[in-house]
Design a protein around this ligand. Sequence first.
Ligand SMILES: [Zn+2]
Length: 152
Amino acid sequence: MHNPACPLCAPDDTQHLIWRNDQLRVIAVNSTEFPGYTRVIWHQHVAEMTDLDNAARQHIMEAVWAVETMMRQWLAPSKVNLAQFGNQVPHLHWHVIPRWQQDTHFPEAIWATAPVRSEQQQQQWSAMKAHKENLLPAYHEALRLALDALRF
Ligand SMILES: [Zn+2]
């Protein structure tokens, strides 16, 4: 199943590819505000988790758990946010977003209006964000190894 109008069916996100197999791919979202933001995208053009059979559901969730686990180990977020919407692009994908209490939106969702932050809070997040960005290559490498080890 391939939908020519769907941006996730035509993966121009390969430059951010972390890992892929025959069923899914894991990409680093190019986010300047949320370092470590990762997306797990099912290759086939389906909209809902229940469009997948049980084995496929298990498969995609195992990948999501691997992302969450490596994210926690390497980036030490205050919280991991998992989201699956597909309202704008109805092609199954999971957002895995590391969140820190100091980030621009905490405790709101990243898509919500950002709470007001003081200058000091903004500087604190800026420094912390730079530190997290430095950890991304190690996180991505660990994630590749973890996904390889799953042997789907
Ligand atoms: Zn699609």
